[in-house]
Design a protein around this ligand. Sequence first.
Ligand SMILES: Nc1ncnc2c1ncn2[C@@H]1O[C@H](COP(=O)(O)OP(=O)(O)OP(=O)(O)O)[C@@H](O)[C@H]1O
Length: 234
Amino acid sequence: MSTTDAIIRLHQVSRFYQAGTVKVTALSGIDMELSRGDFVTIMGPSGGGKTTLLNLMGGLDRPDTGDIHLNGHHISQMDDRGLTDLRRREIGFVFQFFNLLPTLTVWENVELPLLLSGAPGRARQSIATLLDYVGLLNRRDSFPAEMSGGEMQRVAIARALVHRPSIVLADEPTGNLDSVNGHKILDILKEACDDFQTTVVVVTHNPTAAQYGNRHFEIEDGRLKTSSPVPGNG
Ligand SMILES: Nc1ncnc2c1ncn2[C@@H]1O[C@H](COP(=O)(O)OP(=O)(O)OP(=O)(O)O)[C@@H](O)[C@H]1O
């Protein structure tokens, strides 16, 4: 893989936490390079460092050592304001518990990233396009409490994609869903990855999820243990 088409590049990234008198190594010496359109799955035992890694990739946290470049931006050196701007432009997040705002309708939840980033009015057309894409345009006026878990996660995916991010980071997106709905969510993420050439990173405990990806990583004790091939595909 050439460095030039990398969407995100991590070089010798480490993150430590202080838990009382104990120093916890959450991540140590991570090197990773992902390209446009990669569908990446990350697995590993609980406490291994998966969420820490996703938070660093998304600029929600900063590494203690090492560098992270996202689409040409050196995010490990950006200030809070720069990171917030970058997140609004370049990154979409999907969470296990959907994180929709309960007082907003489906349409308004998906619109929110556009309002926050000051996108022009014409960008609002993409709300309808994306709600149609996830099969929920007819639910545009519903509130999250009126929807199933699978439907809420589809809204969350539309929200994550509405500003056409270069990367979508999904932390256990199927963790709160039954297997039928879990597959539906992974199908939509895979389609979005292919249709929009968005890089998608999925942290998961679900072994079948790993088979959706073209790249797979295992993280244990804060270290990258293995990368590719995808389990079960060879
Ligand atoms: N804010 C924090 N303060 C102290 N230690 C932390 C903090 N956040 C994470 N850790 C520790 O860092 C390590 C990695 O945690 P992380 O949440 O990244 O693991 P994970 O692989 O996502 O786990 P899980 O699969 O259970 O969600 C763990 O030992 C955890 O206890």
